[in-house]
Design a binder for this molecule. Structure first.
Ligand code: GAL
Length: 504
């Protein structure tokens, strides 16, 4: 009884004194050296009494490091290393910071250099694409060392999440300085007259019309006759990636027709290998694969006609394309709704999956993973067809750091910027004068194909149609993947074309 009493007393006393012992909130800021097992919110909890106060610690540390490099620079809130010196602001400073903090504005977590900031919005977080972007940052930093670059990425392939964040920022009058934009009609979705700066003058001052191919220039000017973005690359949507060792071991060659696809898929399945791997988690991937199936079933001209009204969506070729896609899906990994484009690629690397259709950012991703055992071929029916897209960077009206943004766009269009970016990104340069020797074998083959294939525009990546139509199209495909209902999907695709004002 006595023992129990004293135990209760000790617990009660501890409860009263514990906050005082472990975490006196500092009246003034203080240094802190990271030890093993620390993370930012744990430190914020311990010293500021609030785990949610970690942004205040990150911002304060990044501000300190500008004056005193012995402080760490935190670029990823989830990564702090033992031995790093941080600055913990006073409780009052932290409260003031948090009252103003807007989580959709990562620039608030960074210092402002003598030359201001450059806030770059994109969705490049996966392997390859992140490295490519860093390559361009490096070139920019060499030229403008006083500018603090803020990498305002929002994860989610094809801009699934980034685009919504960007729209809110544009409408709220709170834009980043520059942001990723697909060349082509996608720009319409951002109401360019209202929110974007036409950048024709940068094309003139940098001589950009002389260094980009004519077709790309036409695409870049497709909306409103102005240039809205500087292209950094050309990507190919239609690539069939396969595990080379598996194919060699089983005596298989990449399929050139849908019948061959089925034969190869059956052979892989018989060996216990998932024939066709994909992820559909982000809602755009099925639309991506299907554009390649449409091109492979209809041919280049009829495929392009779908987006201009020259090929009706009621065409029997569209029915056939849906049947082809349905057949391919019957060989897919059942967990595809839980996978993204890159996580699905892991099956291919592991050799538990045989084939995958995805854009050539996959080349950059494989390379970033140190995986070299991949082969490539045009997906069935698309020999001689290059389904193309291009990433560009645009500038909003009232960019907070306009001069920095203009200089960024110049780096994007420059030879050194493109040569630093593309070999890692897994794309070929938008410029025509990059040195092919800097690129790997796949990318060199893509350069050759780009110069001789029939070029058609990707819809899943903003080139062929307005964003609203592309979204309706992708939504129909997402439903189709779940239902397999060919007639309903074709009716849905036709309706999307009607709603876009292209079909009757
Ligand atoms: C595309 C983009 C590529 C790549 C891919 C996966 O829309 O153009 O650069 O990032 O998404 O996220």
């Amino acid at each position: 009884m006595k023992k129990l009493f004293s135990l209760t007393l000790i617990v009660a006393l501890l409860a009263v004194f514990a906050p005082v012992i472990s975490a006196a909130p500092p009246a003034q800021g203080q240094e802190y050296i990271v030890t093993a097992g620390d993370w930012l919110s744990k430190i914020a909890d311990k010293y500021l009494g609030n785990p949610q106060a970690w942004p205040a610690v990150m911002s304060a540390t990044n501000t300190k490091t500008l004056e005193d490099e012995s402080f760490a620079k935190i670029t990823n809130a989830d990564v702090i290393e033992p031995g790093w010196k941080l600055w913990i602001p006073s409780t009052e400073e932290a409260e003031d910071f948090l009252a103003a903090y807007d989580p959709s504005k990562p620039e608030m977590l960074y210092a402002t250099g003598a030359g201001g900031q450059l806030v770059v919005g994109s969705w490049w977080t996966a392997g390859g694409e992140a490295e490519g972007l860093n390559g361009m940052f490096r070139i920019y930093r060499e030229k403008y060392p006083d500018v603090e670059i803020v990498n305002a990425t929002v994860a989610g392939g094809a801009g699934t999440n980034f685009k919504a964040v960007l729209k809110t920022r544009l409408i709220g009058g709170d834009p980043p300085d520059t942001f990723q934009l697909h060349a082509g009609l996608e720009v319409e979705g951002y109401s360019p007259e209202q929110y974007l700066e036409p950048i024709d003058d940068i094309y003139a001052s940098e001589g950009l019309e002389e260094v980009f191919p004519a077709d790309l220039l036409t695409l870049l000017k497709a909306y409103g006759g102005h240039y809205w973005g500087v292209p950094v690359n050309i990507h190919r949507s239609n690539v069939l990636w396969y595990n080379k060792a598996l194919f060699e071991e089983k005596g298989l060659t990449p399929p050139t027709s849908f019948d061959e696809f089925q034969t190869v898929a059956e052979a892989l399945r018989a060996e216990g290998i998932t024939p066709f791997v994909l992820g559909t988690k982000d809602g755009w991937e099925a639309g991506h694969i299907f554009e390649d199936v449409l091109a492979g079933t209809l041919g280049a001209e009829k495929y392009s006609g779908l987006w201009t009204g020259d090929t009706p969506w009621t065409d029997p070729g569209v029915t056939q394309a849906l049947e082809n896609f349905k057949m391919m899906l019957s060989y897919a990994n059942p967990d595809h709704p839980a996978q993204t484009w890159d996580s699905a690629g892991e099956f291919l690397i592991a050799g538990t999956g045989g084939m995958m259709i995805m854009g050539d950012w996959t080349d950059g991703w494989f390379t970033s993973k140190g995986f070299t055992g991949y082969g490539w071929a045009p997906p069935p029916g698309t020999q001689g067809i290059f389904v193309a897209l291009s990433d560009s960077f645009a500038m909003p009206k009232n960019a907070p750091n306009e001069e920095n943004a203009r200089n960024w766009l110049k780096v994007c269009g420059s030879l050194e910027g493109q040569e630093a970016f593309n070999p890692q990104k897994g794309s070929i340069c938008a410029r025509t004068d990059c040195d092919p020797a800097l690129f790997n074998e796949y990318l060199q083959s893509a350069m050759v194909d780009w110069s001789q294939d029939a070029i058609v525009a990707s819809v899943a990546h903003g080139a062929a149609a307005y964003e609203s139509w592309a979204t309706d199209y992708k939504d129909v495909l997402t439903l189709f993947v779940a239902s397999g209902d060919v007639a309903a999907a074709q009716a849905g695709l036709q309706q999307a074309c009607v709603d876009a004002g292209i079909c009757q």
